[in-house]
Design a protein around this ligand. Structure first.
Ligand code: GLC
Length: 544
């Protein structure tokens, strides 16, 4: 086992993750230090002071491991090394050392459901042939039909098309995502041992936590039973059941054994090492089973992300998420955007309306108890880039489904007049996806220090979140009576009170009786004893 080069030097707060704000760094699009048009670990290191000043507590880094990059690094060929595109292990060590010195924790992405087809295990499995022990680590099966020419069952890839690919010797292998991402057989002891070792490898290097990719996927129902329909038979895609229904390849009870084995490993390291599941389950109750003292620390609650722009919709998902996590004694997570989903400025209507709503949603999210995940660029109010030319799109799902996640992955604009807006070093013109001309006005440099900018809104809200005694408390929220279409809740602790009011009513409202406004997503005007909160705006009021 590697010795620990970077014991976590941060204060021994084992519970830091309960109320942290985690900033998702989509590594290839954050900052490019070597002018190749792709972000890298050294680029992150150089920009750490920006993240400290923004006021986040931790970074989650998307996969930077050795990979053919078919699915932007979610196809891992070596779990213990850095892809040359992003640097090397020395760059990782330098980055995490500096991050810790600035008080920022580092969460890395773990991709256990599948490897890359370039992983030595998979190339060995192909070479060794049917019936070999090498094939046992993956899910190989005989096909149906007279000559085995049909896939073993009706399962469909999340990226479209059948979840099975046939190899030249006639067997088929399972890939719930791209054919370049073969699913591992998690009933195989070597697979389990390998990932426990990979966890230790990164824990020894000082990481503070893991984001577990497709955490609900590793165990498939015995016998690999048919779903009963797919796009070919009924036109309905199986992935439409994600988060709504049962599928034989997701959320099987046995998957929890894996996490019960991982938790003691995490707990054996000092400093509160955590894990957050990217899991989809049929109900919030089943999702809550992934978290708790003997499994994972958190699971992303995507219902918040999926809430529509209405007070009822938000209130319902907030209440459900708080109730479910209270039962298992874990903090709720709040997410508005990530690298797989359309950016929320655009989801909420795009343009000026979308931005107003996104800013209000930020104040809503950041005043809720629990842990908030901020996706890079949301603090700049970036919209989805909708008009990327097809030939530049790189999402492997695009060719199969016509849907592409590239529009939320465009490199961050940092400064300057011309694209890619300081993404790389001075003079570098490359970026793996082009930024639109409108992003000049959205760059970090264009917004820093500008009153009312989205960047300054996030900075102010994050500062208050850290300093305000009412937001530091772990108690839940108290909903307040309001006019229809308005959300208002209060948090209290240490004799202080903070009230968040969000106006989703479609008309301006007057807010009174909650104390003094401390931050607002749009200009407030005084009226009588209160303040006018414009349409699609939110504000925090305090009393101490
Ligand atoms: C997760 C990732 C996504 C990736 C998929 C396959 O959903 O967030 O980006 O394509 O897993 O690894």
């Amino acid at each position: 086992m590697t010795s620990a080069p970077h014991p976590t030097p941060l204060t021994a707060d084992d519970d830091w993750w309960r109320s942290a704000v985690v900033y998702q760094v989509y590594v290839r699009s954050f900052a490019d230090s070597n002018s190749d048009g792709v972000g890298d670990l050294e680029g992150i290191r150089q920009r750490l002071p920006y993240l400290r000043d923004l006021g986040v507590d931790a970074l989650w880094l998307t996969p930077f491991y050795t990979s053919p990059q078919i699915d932007a690094g979610y196809d891992v060929a070596d779990y213990r090394d850095v892809d040359p595109l992003f640097g090397n292990l020395g760059d990782f060590d330098a980055m995490i050392t500096d991050a810790h010195a600035l008080g920022l924790r580092i969460i890395v992405d773990l991709v256990p459901n599948h490897t890359s087809s370039a992983h030595p295990w998979f190339t060995a499995a192909l070479a060794a042939g049917p019936g070999s022990p090498e094939r046992e680590r993956y899910l190989f099966a005989e096909g149906k039909g007279e000559r085995g020419e049909l896939p073993p069952n009706d399962w469909e890839s999340i990226f479209g098309g059948p979840a099975w690919t046939r190899v030249p010797d006639g067997q088929w292998y399972l890939h719930l995502f791209d054919p370049a991402q073969p699913d591992l057989n998690w009933r195989h002891p070597e697979v389990r041992a390998e990932f426990e070792d990979v966890l230790r490898f990164w824990l020894d290097r000082g990481v503070d936590g893991f984001r577990i990719d497709v955490a609900h996927g590793m165990i498939k129902a015995e016998g690999l039973p048919d779903v009963g329909f797919n796009s070919m038979t009924t036109g309905q895609r199986q992935s439409e059941l994600l988060g709504k229904g049962r599928l034989p390849y997701f959320d099987q009870d046995e998957v929890h054994d894996i996490y019960r084995a991982w938790r003691p490993i995490l707990d054996s390291y000092p400093g509160g090492r955590m894990a957050v599941a990217e899991a989809w389950a049929e109900t919030p109750q089943r999702l809550a089973r992934y978290i708790g003292p003997d499994e994972l620390h958190q699971a992303f609650s995507f219902d918040f992300l999926d809430a529509t722009w209405s007070a009822d919709s938000f209130r319902k998902v907030i209440d459900t998420a708080l109730a479910e996590s209270a039962i298992v004694g874990a903090p709720t997570t709040w997410v508005l955007s990530n690298h797989d989903r359309q950016r929320h400025v655009t989801r909420y209507g795009d343009g000026e309306v979308g931005l107003r709503r996104a800013r209000a949603a930020a104040l809503l999210m950041l005043s809720l108890p629990g842990c908030a995940y901020v996706y890079q660029g949301e603090e700049l109010g970036l919209p989805e880039v909708l008009d990327l030319p097809d030939e530049l799109r790189q999402d492997p799902a695009f060719l199969r489904t016509g849907e592409s996640r590239d529009g939320c992955r465009v490199p961050i604009p940092w400064s300057g007049e011309l694209a890619p807006y300081g993404f790389g070093p001075e003079g570098s013109e490359l970026s793996w996806l082009p930024a639109p001309a409108t992003w000049r006005a959205l760059s970090v440099a264009a917004q820093a220090g500008v009153t009312g900018s989205t960047l300054e809104l996030y900075r102010t809200a994050l500062r208050i979140r850290h300093e305000h005694p009412a937001l530091a408390g772990t108690d839940g929220i108290t909903w307040l009576e309001t006019e229809p279409g308005v959300l208002a809740f209060r948090r209290t602790a240490g004799g202080a009170e903070l009230t968040c009011v969000v106006n989703l009513s479609g008309a301006e409202v007057t807010v009174a009786g909650h104390g003094r406004p401390v931050v607002a997503s749009a200009d407030l005007t005084e009226r009588g004893d209160g303040h006018v909160l414009p349409v699609d705006a939110a504000a925090w009021f305090e009393r101490r």
